[in-house]
Design a protein around this ligand. Structure first.
Ligand code: SAM
Length: 261
């Protein structure tokens, strides 16, 4: 007998209704239900059988179930225990971790592929960049992508732009309409690929501390900023000391860091 195939949107709505769950905007619970985009995310990730894939904020498993068709090692982190239970039922082969991704040590992984909870975009991106990831396929709010890709001299250019661009190549894959999600969010989304750059800095925590110090005084001259951070600047050129942190491009910031550390 002919059986109608359910769309992902219908499947997600039924799963939530059956479990009496109302999506919480505070937890960024906007589920990606566009099947074309879900399939393309897995393609962009070029997921292989032995890839250890990490998904942060796995929701009800729309992406997890697709990742499991390609890899035997999928780690799905989800903070909401009700959604984790659904995940365990729907994606029995996944390693479901019911936890706040910001509060745990991430499992060892090769690729991070996620429709991220936008409420933790900055902190989770720093955590991913500090990890030994090999590739990231990540969905963000469009405004956040403008921040991480911002060039010097713009108001969006800050420590997040520098840390991201210093440690990874960022490729914009597609912009995603609000209609691709249930419930529909207020913001537009953008899907990107991150590939780590090799051996830029040894101690990423120290590098982040350095650029955080620089950008907490972004409009002051470097002579002042570096002095207040406790660096001896007597060997630096006057030309650079006269600039402001947000006028330096990423390669000059790395050069400056290396010369001072
Ligand atoms: N990946 C699913 C999808 O594409 O349909 C859901 C994505 S939804 C944008 C974000 C998910 O992250 C929600 O299920 C939410 O409960 C979860 N979440 C929110 N904050 C989290 C955190 N700190 N750690 C782990 N998961 C979190």
């Amino acid at each position: 007998m002919f059986r109608m195939r359910r769309s992902e949107r219908t499947r997600v709505m039924i799963l939530l209704e059956d479990h009496n769950i109302r999506p919480s905007p505070r937890k960024s619970q906007h589920f990606l239900v566009d099947e074309g985009i879900l399939d393309r995310i897995v393609e962009y990730g070029d997921v292989g059988l032995n890839d250890r894939v990490l998904e942060i904020g796995a929701g009800v498993g729309s992406l997890t179930s697709r990742l499991l068709k390609r890899s035997e090692h999928v780690y799905a982190i989800e903070v909401d225990s009700r959604l984790s239970e659904i995940l365990k039922e729907r994606c029995a082969q996944a390693n479901v971790i019911n936890a706040d991704a910001l509060k745990i040590d991430l499992p060892e992984f090769d690729k991070v592929i996620s429709n991220l909870p936008y409420s933790i975009s900055s902190r989770i991106t720093l955590k991913i960049l500090k990890s030994g990831f090999k590739m990231g396929i990540l969905m963000y709010q469009a405004e956040f992508v403008r921040r991480i890709t911002a060039p010097p001299g713009t108001k969006e250019y800050g420590r997040l732009s520098v840390f991201t661009q210093a440690l990874a190549d960022v490729e914009i894959l597609e912009s995603v309409s609000r209609d691709a999600f249930y419930p529909r969010p207020d913001v537009h989304s953008v899907l990107i690929r991150l590939r780590p750059k090799e051996d830029v800095v040894e101690n990423k925590d120290l590098f982040l501390e350095f650029i955080t110090g620089l950008f907490s005084n972004r409009r002051k001259r470097l002579s002042k900023v570096l002095g207040s951070m406790g660096y001896d600047v007597k060997d630096l050129d006057d030309e650079i000391l006269d600039l402001r942190p947000d006028e330096l491009d990423v390669s000059r910031i790395i050069e400056l860091y290396r010369s001072l550390i």
